[in-house]
Design a protein around this ligand. Structure first.
Ligand code: GAR
Length: 200
């Protein structure tokens, strides 16, 4: 069974969606580890409830990104992690992790990249009065939400769309799309723009 690690900073509803499909047997993977940079995050409780080991840290306890990523890397290796899943992890991945895992780190982002990268993509789409937004799953590179796109799914914004309603629509897509894509990545290898690739 391939070993994956999930990185999260907040509620972890995407993490939960992945736990659920692993537990039901739909996704054949071993969630070996949660990495979380927010000690009080609900994601940590979800890991405990599912008996998934977690590595929880505060960036402020380290002098550099390299210092905490060195510890994360050691944890990933100790658990034999092959694929890293960012699910609401609100930090840029640095060279320490990329050097070892580039091409094996994926992220989910709540917009149609390259539109609305970075923080609060949902607020950005609302402020721009966009007609469309959506969900992007992409490989992680050194940039902010810039890596090669694996898949995107669109969401139409209603005229009276609120932050909560858009968040709900996006989560509903994410919770189905992310487990499905993880399954493909683990069994068939890389995909870019919906097509198989030998690069990843
Ligand atoms: C998700 O909607 C994810 O797309 C977003 O954070 C949310 C986490 O929700 N990620 C980003 O904005 C990354 N830039 P969750 O904690 O309930 O899974």
């Amino acid at each position: 069974m391939k070993r994956i690690a999930v990185f999260a900073s907040g509620s972890g509803s995407n993490f939960q969606a992945i736990i659920d499909v692993v537990q039901s047997g739909e996704l054949k993977a071993d969630i070996s580890l949660l990495i979380c940079d927010k000690p009080g995050a609900f994601a940590v409780q979800r890991a405990n409830a599912a008996r998934i080991p977690s590595f929880v840290f505060s960036a402020k306890d380290y002098s550099t990104k390299e210092a905490y990523e060195t510890e994360i890397l050691a944890e990933l290796k100790r658990h034999g992690v092959e694929l890293v899943i960012l699910a609401g992890y609100m930090r840029l991945i640095g060279p320490t992790l990329l050097r070892e895992y580039q091409g094996r780190i994926v992220n989910i982002h709540p917009s149609l990249l390259p539109a609305f990268p970075g923080k609060d993509a949902i607020g950005q789409a609302l402020a721009a009065k966009a007609e469309w937004s959506g969900v992007t799953i992409h490989y992680v590179d050194e940039g902010m939400d810039t890596g090669p796109i694996i898949v995107q799914e669109r969401v139409r914004l209603d005229e009276n769309e609120t932050r909560e309603s858009l968040q709900n629509k996006i989560h509903a897509i994410e919770h189905k799309l992310y487990p499905a894509i993880i399954q493909v990545l683990l069994t068939q290898g890389g995909i870019v723009n919906g097509k198989k690739t030998s690069t990843y």
